[in-house]
Design a protein around this ligand. Structure first.
Ligand code: ADP
Length: 309
């Protein structure tokens, strides 16, 4: 069972830990980490930890991009990135006095010929996988409908596509003629898509909007409140137990990995939704973003309740 993960704008995530951030002055740092980052790479790592074979794809340069590929391959994830002339980005998080100050580079501009090379490689890879996940922002040089183009190619091969994106790219995706198999906005991203404040009181109504017709799985993640979803026309509410949270960043990505894994092994709808939540919770229980500890899997899985509403 192999899953293709698409990360079009990956990054080296740098975390600097300082006691105090001195603005306009020099800060020396000895506590730091540098890891391959980007939502799709979090999905890749969690899928690998679940036991799936993963092929990671996207755009990477020959400097930081090479570093990033080495790290993924070192962890047992196959890589098929299209090499680019623009520079793969760094994203910096400075942790100081209980705060997190982030400096996020925009990333490279993808050239036309690089885009064409990626599309060709993507189409070729479709024959080697059972499902595709796509996550995160689009780098400059790609139109907002780029994900829709990928969905179209995948659907021509009857491969399920799970998409976790937001903003204009999500808008273009849900309005396109060929629909993805699954979308997983969190409640804020879902509100933005519909242009109105969505909460638990009106989310059911929103899920039944004609805008989502043709999308089999609309999974709205609600952080510690679990998930609400419309799957093949039926509404589901997933309730989860309270847990001690260490770092919830990347929980949505872990949820996507859980869903892709469940769908690929042919799990029931209820079990796929449970998997999404177990993986999200397991990620939230770890300091490292996009990492789960499978030891705690069975006890959490048992405590999750799925009901049709
Ligand atoms: P995103 O990271 O995309 O914003 P969410 O924050 O909704 O996504 O998290 C995805 C899933 O991870 C949730 O549905 C839930 O199962 C789990 N999760 C996230 N935050 C928490 C939390 N604070 N406590 C328990 N589970 C959480």
């Amino acid at each position: 069972m192999t899953i293709l993960t698409v990360t079009l704008n990956p990054a080296i995530d740098i975390a600097y830990q300082l006691d105090h951030l001195a603005l306009g002055s020099m800060n020396r740092v000895s506590k730091l980490s540098k890891t391959a980052g980007g939502k799709g790479l979090n999905v890749s790592r969690v899928l690998d930890e679940l036991g799936a074979d993963v092929i990671a794809t996207g755009f990477a340069d020959r400097r930081l991009g090479t570093e990033l590929i080495r790290e993924l391959e070192g962890g047992g994830i196959s890589c098929r990135f299209t090499r680019i002339i623009g520079r793969t980005r760094n994203c910096i998080a400075i942790l100081h006095a209980g705060m997190q100050t982030e400096i996020l580079e925009k990333g490279p501009t993808i050239l036309k010929e690089e885009k064409e090379a990626f599309l060709q490689a993507f189409e070729k890879s479709l024959g080697d996988v059972e499902a595709i996940t796509m996550s995160g922002s689009l780098p400059a040089g790609l139109d907002p409908d780029f994900y829709s183009q990928l969905v179209k190619l995948a659907s021509q091969r009857n491969k399920p596509v799970l998409v976790d994106i937001s903003g204009l790219a999500l808008e273009a995706l849900v309005n396109a003629e060929i629909k993805p198999t699954l979308i997983k906005p969190n409640i804020e991203e879902f509100s933005m898509l519909l242009g109105l404040e969505i909460g638990l009181e009106n989310v059911k109504e929103a899920l039944n909007e004609p805008l989502f017709d043709g999308i089999d799985w609309i999974v709205i993640s609600l952080g510690k409140a679990g998930t609400i979803a419309r799957v093949k026309g039926e509404l589901y509410r997933v309730r989860i137990p309270e847990i001690a949270v260490i770092n919830p960043v990347g929980s949505g990505d872990a949820s996507v990995a859980g869903l892709a894994f469940g769908m690929t092994i042919g799990a029931s709808i209820e079990d796929c939704l449970k998997l999404a939540n177990v993986c999200g919770m397991l990620n939230a229980q770890e300091a490292q973003t996009g990492h789960i500890n499978m030891e705690h899997f069975p006890e959490l899985f048992e405590q999750i309740k799925v009901e049709k509403i």
